[in-house]
Design a protein around this ligand. Structure first.
Ligand SMILES: Nc1ncnc2c1ncn2[C@@H]1O[C@H](COP(=O)(O)OP(=O)(O)OP(=O)(O)O)[C@@H](O)[C@H]1O
Ligand SMILES: [Mg+2]
Length: 330
């Protein structure tokens, strides 16, 4: 006899159009009932246009009829708010005391590292006025969806991404928005996007410790913060400022990441401390949080970011960040 569990497994194999996630992964299954070989399934219609709904209906019917003893399949669609479908276990914000230190880079590499460990991962690009995530991932597709909600765009390795850049008419259009509007956009990225089931959402915060990152931290249910710095930061003060801000908002500092830590010359197998001695341990002590990783200056990495191929990058940081984050939580 076919069981509801087997039906769920079958549904999990079906990929939703426009976003490379399964029906189960997006948490679209509202109800399943099974009686005398007849299955009724209720799916959320959220963010699915008519063509996608029709396609899913056919696909689900066909795949379930292949199961033993299933004679009849009935599929209905019902409205649901995206926010009610979303189950996001960890929301991690990446911040820094000042701009241009590699926040977006650390956001991306962290997401890639977690994804390579097999986690379901999303990136919410909360840097509304300077969004840079889609470029690093080479994403040009527009998000799918309908009036009820938006679908994130899926990267090549399966990371869900939402950024204001994906919604603007022209990619390099400048966004000049005031605080309240930025807050509204962030709220919508949280409430109106069908993220589905995610193990991790990594949030790329706007630079600095001024209003914009504060707004985001207040708007999203952030469970922990990663702070990025470079050895160029002359004192621990800038990092402390970021730590203080996180603490004031009652957010746990998961750890610090040192970017542009050193230069590695592959051909000579030589490490050069470009900006003086690494401040990793010092900053970690100042933050009262672990040093999660150090990222060298790497021209290959810069090129991959520019060309939209960041997911091809191999590095110690990518390999270790998943375990480093899991270690903090336990
Ligand atoms: N370790 C590195 N090796 C090589 N290039 C790097 C490195 N870190 C950063 N870069 C380069 O610097 C650029 C800027 O980094 P990034 O966008 O991550 O900074 P940011 O802190 O997010 O900046 P902003 O404050 O403007 O948001 C990257 O696109 C990349 O080209
Ligand atoms: Mg950035």
């Amino acid at each position: 006899m076919t069981t509801i569990e087997q039906i769920r497994e079958k549904l999990d194999e079906i990929i939703v159009p426009h976003v490379i996630r399964s029906i189960g992964g997006l948490n679209l299954i509202r109800d399943i009932s099974l009686k005398d070989g007849s299955v009724s399934i209720s799916l959320a219609s959220t963010a699915l246009d008519e063509a996608s709904q029709a396609w899913l209906k056919d696909k689900v019917t066909e795949s379930l009829k292949a199961l033993k003893d299933i004679k009849q399949v009935e599929i209905t669609f019902s409205d649901a708010k995206p926010v009610d479908l979303n189950r996001i276990k960890n929301v991690i914000a990446v911040m820094s005391g000042k701009g241009g230190v590699g926040k977006s880079l650390v956001t991306s590499l962290t997401a890639i590292g977690l994804r390579r460990k097999g986690f379901e991962v999303g990136i919410l690009d909360a840097d509304i006025t300077g969004p840079s995530i889609p470029k690093m991932f080479g994403i040009k597709d527009r998000p799918g969806g309908n009036e009820q909600g938006l679908l994130p765009v899926t990267s090549k390795s399966g990371i869900e991404i939402m950024s204001i850049n994906l919604l603007l008419p022209e990619e390099d259009e400048a966004v000049i928005w005031r605080g309240p509007l930025i807050g509204k956009a962030i709220t919508q990225f949280w409430e109106d996007v069908v993220w589905g089931n995610l193990d991790y959402m990594i949030v790329d915060l706007p630079p600095g410790t001024a209003d914009a990152p504060l707004t985001v931290m207040q708007t999203l249910p952030i469970s922990g913060v990663i702070i990025v710095f470079t050895p160029q930061d002359l004192t621990a003060m800038i990092v402390r400022k970021a730590v203080k801000m996180a603490q004031q908002m009652n957010k746990k500092v998961l750890g610090v990441v040192e970017n542009m830590s050193y230069l590695y010359l592959k051909d000579f197998d030589k490490r050069i401390d470009l900006f003086g001695k690494s401040k990793g341990e010092e900053m970690a002590a100042a933050s009262n949080a672990p040093l999660l990783g150090q990222i060298p200056v790497d021209p290959d990495l810069a090129a991959m970011c520019d060309e939209g191929h960041i997911e091809r990058y191999q590095s110690d940081f990518i390999d270790s960040i998943g375990d480093a984050l899991t270690a903090v939580k336990n």
